[in-house]
Write a protein that binds this ligand. Structure first.
Ligand SMILES: CC(C)(COP(=O)(O)OP(=O)(O)OC[C@H]1O[C@@H](n2cnc3c(N)ncnc32)[C@H](O)[C@@H]1OP(=O)(O)O)[C@@H](O)C(=O)NCCC(=O)NCCS
Ligand SMILES: CC(=O)OP(=O)(O)O
Length: 323
């Protein structure tokens, strides 16, 4: 899954900022990415603290660039650029204060073109990782919202399985329009991982079997996708078993173009999405890559605080490759 991304990145040497420069998982991933010639990492934090943390976990980062947001020689330029971007919302003093923190500082490095992409969230919450990006990077032209998806991957003796799930991390309770946008964006991300998307909009109801406002919302989002004439099969509302199992699909949704063969799953809200992907990861034995942000105007991604070093390494590759 990663070979072609790695081969392309080795020729580009993209610069990736890590906001948590002293975290042992980040140090291991940065060391590997640097030594394998895949990416040029930039670690944020106090250089002495980074060096001590690297020595303690035995992942040396002597050759890797470190930048201390508390002691940055081009801070005045960064403050005035951020104040311009936050005009009417944050004054220069508030920007200077915010930029002492690695999440805002790293986001501005990307905004100012001093780094190509950013990965954070090993210790920062998703909200604290994503908020600077929402405020400073903003949505890509054509996108109304930033959303996210996870790529779920499992290799067993007889098959490799790959699915996309959205939105498990950003939008708390998307309305029908937003749900339709999340479906389009998640199908788009799925294609970048060579998944030919068949999109199920999930619910506790299958095509009218249950009633409720949230069922109506999902059904209307599915209708919206039909109106938009999207270039992938999509259907809803569907329960997960009807979406996934060909046997159940025959009983619950025999005429659906998606039921029984869905590979992109859109959750009705963040409760379902976040719980759903973590069950697949922890009980189902899937590797979960994400949350991959969608609709943002620059490549900035988040991690789960429960991530391990290998997931940081792979998410770094995904973040830089999807530019
Ligand atoms: C993403 C999140 C942090 C934004 O919340 P917030 O910071 O309170 O958002 P605000 O309403 O104050 O908006 C802040 C800015 O982001 C923008 N914004 C908020 N949500 C957005 C979205 N989904 N897409 C695009 N922009 C968005 C707002 O327009 C606003 O911009 P402005 O300041 O330039 O006007 C919030 O939705 C959240 O906490 N999501 C869940 C995160 C989480 O806990 N996930 C579970 C673990 S992964
Ligand atoms: C994506 C996610 O759930 O992040 P965290 O585990 O850090 O809350």
């Amino acid at each position: 899954m990663f070979e072609s991304m790695i081969a392309a990145l080795k020729m580009q040497k993209r610069r990736i900022v890590f906001t948590e420069g002293t975290d042992p998982r980040i140090l291991e991933a940065a060391n590997r990415l640097h030594h394998e010639g895949i990416l040029t990492p930039i670690l944020l934090g106090n250089p002495i603290e980074i060096q001590n943390a690297a020595t303690a976990c035995n992942w040396p980062v002597d050759e890797i660039e470190k930048i201390d947001p508390q002691n940055y020689k081009e801070m005045d330029e960064m403050v005035s650029k951020m104040a311009e971007l936050r005009k009417g919302k944050m004054d220069e003093a508030a920007c200077r204060e915010a930029l002492k923190k690695a999440n805002y500082f790293g986001t501005m490095l990307v905004k100012m073109g001093k780094a190509d992409c950013l990965l954070g969230g090993a210790t920062y919450s998703t909200a604290d990782t994503v908020r600077p990006a929402l405020q400073l990077i903003k949505t890509r032209p054509g996108s109304k919202i930033v959303s996210s998806c996870f790529i779920l991957y499992r290799q067993t003796m007889d098959k490799n399985e790959m699915y996309a799930m959205g939105d498990c991390a950003i939008n708390l309770d998307p309305n029908e329009e937003e749900l339709a946008e999340i479906a389009c964006e998640t199908a788009r991300t799925a294609r970048r991982f060579s998944i030919d998307p068949r999109v199920a909009l999930l619910s506790y109801s299958t095509l009218g079997s249950g009633k409720g406002e949230s069922v109506d919302k999902v059904r209307k989002a599915a209708e919206k996708l039909k109106e938009l004439n999207v270039d992938f099969p999509a259907d809803g509302e569907l329960q997960f078993d009807a979406a996934f199992s060909p046997v159940v699909a025959k009983t619950k949704a025999p005429d659906s173009t998606v039921a029984g063969k869905a590979n992109v799953f859109i959750f009705p809200d963040i409760n379902a999405g976040n719980i759903g992907y973590k069950i697949a990861q922890r009980l189902g034995g899937f590797e979960a890559f994400g949350p991959i942000l969608q609709g943002l105007n620059a490549p900035i991604n988040d991690l789960s605080r429960g991530c391990n070093a290998d997931e940081v390494y792979k998410m770094s590759i995904i973040t830089a490759a999807l530019i």
